[in-house]
Every structure is written in structure tokens, then in C-alpha cells.
Write a protein that binds this ligand. Structure first.
Ligand SMILES: [Zn+2]
Length: 212
């Protein structure tokens, strides 16, 4: 915005009035130039935010809510949105013509699917007991890192991680953040030193089921 008399961009707003129509919000401004002191009027129009259905998953359950977004905003998988229940990460979009999309303009979107960033990640830990598996679910911070060859204390075991399974791959020599890790596999070792203890992070345990 610039002064229509002298072209200066140093402007003070004296008055501002909002007028709302169905789709637009118009701001009528009374402005004063700081250079030549002329007083003039201007108006700005912005698209009104629209309400989009938002489905947030938290582990096995999901929560339905909605979120207000500007119609011209581009939405994409992995974008972070601030919802009424905190930060969420977009996992998928459904457009008004019923397609699933990785990105779309907000005005074309009917539903946003997202994961909550506010809850810890749930990761499975499988302890390989040679022929049997002792299986745990633990809850850890989303940014917690599991690495191959970590020594981990869990319940009565100290295990050495040999495989990390993420949403996309299995690794025997890398590492992965908890938020993308589905399951960690390890074998018990015979000594008592470990890198970290997950015992108090256990939320469930399925003991010694037969391996198939
Ligand atoms: Zn001026």
C-alpha cells in the first residue's frame, strides 16, 4: 500500500472497519501518509476461512472435528496444522469429487485426515526368545530414536535391536524416529548394561506367543 499523492509506503491506519459478505471479508481503511500527511481511503478484501472436516487419528481410534482454513491455502501430506486439539500432521486429503489426494487447495478439500502430534508414538517391541516372542507395546516421544545395535532394557530383558520396521522399510543397520517406527525386533543378551530402559514406557504385553 502506498500514498496516492506522494507514493510513500510509510502509512498509518487511522480507522479500520470490517464488512463481511458471504464469501469475502472486506476491510475498509482510513489511512494517513506519514510523509505528506494526506488522508485517504482504501479497502482490502480477503477470502473468508472455510470449515473443513478433520479426522484425527490417535492410535486405533479417531476423533472427528473441523478446522477453519483460507480457501486458497495449499494443503499437502506432512503439513502441520494447528487444530483445536493441538498440532496435527496431514496424512491424506479427500477432495470434493471423492478422490484421495496428496495435495490440494483447501477449497477443493472435503476431508483432511491427520495424525495427532500431541500424543506419544506407540511402538511394538518384539523380544525373540528363539521359537517364541515376547511382545510389548511402548509409548515414547515422537522424536525418540531407535538404532540398530542399541541395547535396550525392557521388563526382565536386556535386548540388542537387530531389526527396525518403519512404515516404509525394514532396516538392520540404520535408525528411525519413533513416529515412523512400527516395530523393533531384538534378542536378549546376557549382560546388564544398556543404552536406555523402556520398562516404564510399556502399555501392554503379550507374552511368549508361538512364532509362525
Ligand atoms: Zn504522501
Amino acid at each position: 500500500m502506498e500514498c496516492p499523492i506522494c507514493g510513500s509506503e510509510s502509512i498509518t491506519t487511522l480507522k479500520s472497519k470490517k464488512i463481511s459478505s458471504k464469501k469475502k471479508e472486506i476491510k475498509e481503511l482510513l489511512l494517513k501518509c506519514n510523509e505528506c500527511e494526506s488522508v485517504f481511503k482504501d479497502s482490502m478484501s480477503v477470502d473468508k476461512p472455510i470449515s473443513i472436516r478433520l479426522i484425527i487419528s490417535e492410535y486405533e481410534s479417531s476423533k472427528k472435528t473441523s478446522i477453519d482454513i483460507c480457501p486458497n491455502e495449499n494443503l499437502a501430506k506432512d503439513n502441520i496444522l494447528l487444530s483445536e486439539v493441538g498440532e496435527v500432521e496431514i496424512t491424506s486429503l479427500e477432495t470434493k469429487d471423492g478422490r484421495r489426494a496428496q495435495n490440494a487447495l483447501a477449497r477443493d478439500v472435503s476431508t483432511i485426515w491427520a495424525n495427532s502430534m500431541e500424543v506419544p508414538s506407540r511402538v511394538g517391541i518384539s523380544v525373540d526368545l528363539t521359537g517364541k516372542v515376547d511382545s510389548f507395546k511402548v509409548e515414547v516421544e515422537r522424536d525418540f530414536e531407535f538404532a540398530a545395535d542399541d541395547f535396550v532394557k525392557i521388563a526382565e530383558y536386556v535386548i540388542r535391536i537387530n531389526v527396525i520396521k518403519t512404515e516404509e522399510r525394514k532396516t538392520r543397520d540404520g535408525f528411525a524416529k519413533a513416529k515412523i517406527t512400527q516395530r523393533v525386533y531384538g534378542k536378549p543378551v546376557k549382560f546388564n548394561n544398556y543404552d536406555y530402559d523402556l520398562t516404564d514406557k510399556i502399555v501392554s504385553r503379550k507374552e511368549a506367543v508361538d512364532k509362525r
